[in-house]
Design a protein around this ligand. Structure first.
Ligand SMILES: [Zn+2]
Length: 233
């Protein structure tokens, strides 16, 4: 993986007057050339045709879908996203894509950060409604949303690039595998509750099967450790 954006910038600078459109095309083209699927062993990600409703990219092998959101400099606390109700519906209908949040340097020369948030960690509590557009606006009444990065548990934030340092592909994929348990929880409330209030570990049960155990954080003081839930056994 090469974090340089320069050649994409030079390729598209003449064709785009708007900085935001230029940033989008530069980062998307870099992404297709450099990013692998973090969910399987495929080394390629493919783009959807333009205007596909929710996602921008997918993996031809495991069929996971991705949306790339790019922003100048750092990650900040919020990421601006699309229409609020569509986003909430997508979460409840299980149609949310996995997100990649990318930061590029002010001169579009390098990728600073690339953060993966698997779709299971995008919960209604992470989405904040923005003010509807004013009556004078072209799309008056249209209401967008912000994704609140602070509301996403740390376990659900997996870096592929952090402060210009590329994280090894195997490490990224292992980090994704380590949170696989959350996919088995279909109920959204339980998923949020579990990822925020509990710590988890994998172990072997009495029959030698691999099990996932969740401990409530406040009870997890060695001898007072209370096992509250065994999800798979
Ligand atoms: Zn894949």
């Amino acid at each position: 993986m090469n974090i340089e954006l320069r050649k994409y910038y030079e390729r598209y600078i003449e064709s785009y007057k708007s900085q935001s459109q230029l940033a989008r095309v530069v980062t998307e083209n870099w992404f297709i050339d450099n990013m692998y699927c973090p969910f399987c062993t495929s080394d390629n990600i493919t783009d959807f045709p333009n205007n596909y409703p929710v996602a921008d990219f997918y993996c031809n092998s495991c069929k996971e879908e991705f949306q790339l959101k790019s922003k100048k400099n750092g990650m900040g606390r919020v990421i601006t996203d699309g229409e609020y109700n569509k986003m909430i519906d997508a979460i409840y209908y299980g149609k949310t894509p996995n997100f990649f949040f990318l930061n590029y340097t002010f001169d579009m020369a390098y990728v600073n950060n690339l953060l993966i948030v698997p779709k299971e960690f995008i919960l209604p509590t992470c989405i904040k409604q923005r003010k509807p557009l004013s009556k004078k606006a072209k799309r008056a009444g249209w209401t967008g949303c912000n994704i609140l990065l602070n509301a996403i548990p740390d376990k659900g934030k997996i870096y592929a690039i952090r402060q210009k340092k590329v994280i090894e592909k195997d490490k990224v994929r292992n980090n994704i595998v380590s949170i696989d348990f959350i996919k088995k929880i279909k109920n959204l409330e339980s998923r949020g509750w579990l990822s925020n209030k509990y710590i988890s570990l994998y172990s072997f049960c009495c029959q030698g099967k691999f099990v996932f155990i969740a401990f409530e954080k406040k009870f997890c003081i060695l001898k007072n450790c209370i096992i509250i839930n065994i999800l798979i056994c």
